[in-house]
Design a protein around this ligand. Structure first.
Ligand SMILES: C[S@@+](CC[C@H](N)C(=O)[O-])C[C@H]1O[C@@H](n2cnc3c(N)ncnc32)[C@H](O)[C@@H]1O
Length: 396
């Protein structure tokens, strides 16, 4: 059998896995981190346009992500592709209310020509690249390179870092003990038994924190995810740096990860990637990584009029540190010794505010402006502030 036919057969096999056990249930309330407005505002901060007028969802499953776009962007055109007939039927049902703005294509990505779809402002590849054969993952990247508009943003869901590497070897041990031809519910039951046995055996030995964490994650996985992730031989960690490498030839670069603590302050995508990789080497896990097709810059533009900033800091002065602020999730305090930055923190903790408005409130000199920008970048790096879109900003 020719290699491509072989690959098609594997792809069809994956499709039938999703027919046997659809991915719904785990995705009905798609991750709150994936709010379209969060994606749009982060992409604007990193040189994107923050639009979703044409949105594409690769491996759209039951259409939960497209539904969110449809709800918040009134005229957005929504295109979803999935190999599973059951998933496409559910997606069409779920998105029926958006009428002819929706197109659900039931097809194998290997069989579709990216050029036939046109260009998109926003692309989702969530739950896909890390759990399909390499040829399908390559095809996902080819779709992104071909279909993303200048200024457009792509969200890639992936597992990365040392925790994911520990999970990879744990999953392989489970798969060795669970016959691959069992019906889904029996396979899930067996996988749970194997995981408990392995955990009991590991607990009696000295186990690293990373391994313990991998067990915790595996044991807590939804049944659907046990089947499609733990028992899936194609599941693998994907480094953010690897994603950057495959997308960079098309001028698409890393902006940030959506987990707030990972919003990156460095000026270039290469520097942001380096910081992310160091962070994930020490832990990692599941990430939603945002990549933008740069137009003219990749330096974060904090002064964009479309962006508002919100601070999660509150004053916590001590005798030694009268300008100390605390973040609910960060143990160490922040000493905001610069008066302008303190003013920024005070204003943005009351209500999200743009830097331009703050400039009007405080008469900023060029030096103050530079100091404020660099302090804000530091606070972004610590996850102490977050961007959001101004209510009157058009995302479609
Ligand atoms: C883990 S689910 C993710 C669904 C959705 N993106 C979400 O996050 O809820 C992966 C989806 O990718 C689809 N898929 C897998 N291989 C595919 C291929 N070769 N072409 C198109 N869709 C594929 C599956 O049918 C499944 O619905």
């Amino acid at each position: 059998m020719a290699a491509s036919e072989n690959m098609r057969e594997t792809s069809t096999g994956i499709g039938s896995d999703y027919e046997q056990l659809p991915f719904f249930g785990a995705d009905d309330q798609s991750d709150p981190m994936l709010k379209p407005v969060t994606i749009a505002s982060c992409s604007i901060a990193y040189g994107g346009q923050g639009r979703c007028a044409r949105t594409l969802d690769l491996g759209c499953g039951s259409g939960a992500l497209l539904e969110r776009i449809g709800q918040c962007c009134e005229s957005a055109e929504l295109v979803g592709i999935d190999i599973s007939f059951t998933a496409c039927t559910e997606a069409r049902r779920r998105l029926e209310l958006f009428g002819n703005r929706v197109q659900i294509i039931c097809a194998d990505l290997l069989e579709l020509d990216p050029a036939s779809l046109g260009q998109f402002d926003m692309i989702y590849a969530v739950g896909l690249a890390y759990c399909v054969p390499l040829a399908v993952a390559d095809r996902v990247y080819a779709f992104i390179r071909s279909c993303l508009k200048p200024g457009g943003v792509v969200v890639i869901g992936h597992y990365t870092g040392s925790r994911a590497i520990a999970e990879e070897s744990l999953f392989a041990m489970v798969r060795e003990k669970v016959p691959c031809d069992l019906p889904p519910h029996e396979a899930i039951h067996q996988a749970r038994l194997v995981l408990s046995e392995l955990e009991a055996r590991y607990q009696s030995n000295a186990t690293s924190n990373i391994e313990k964490y991998a067990f915790e994650l595996a044991m807590g996985r939804h049944a659907v995810l046990i089947y499609h992730e733990i028992l899936n031989p194609n599941w693998r960690p994907l480094k953010t740096a690897y994603l950057e490498q495959v997308l960079a030839p098309a001028g698409i670069g890393f902006a940030c990860s959506l987990a707030p603590e990972l919003i990156q302050s460095a000026a270039t995508s290469t520097a942001r990637i380096a910081a992310t990789e160091v962070h994930d080497d020490l832990g990692g896990g599941h990430r939603y990584s945002l990549f933008v097709r740069w137009q003219d810059r990749q330096r974060p533009d904090l002064w964009s009029p479309s962006l508002q900033w919100q601070t999660f800091l509150s004053p916590a002065p001590t005798a030694e540190a009268p300008n100390r602020y605390k973040h609910p999730d960060v143990k160490t305090g922040f000493d905001l010794n610069n008066e302008i930055t303190r003013c920024f923190a005070e204003v943005t903790r009351v209500a999200p505010t743009s830097l331009l408005t703050i400039r009007e409130l405080v008469n900023l000199s060029q030096i103050d402006r530079e100091t404020l920008t660099s302090d804000v970048l530091k606070l972004i790096g610590y996850g102490a502030i977050r961007p959001s879109l101004r209510a009157d900003t058009q995302t479609t």
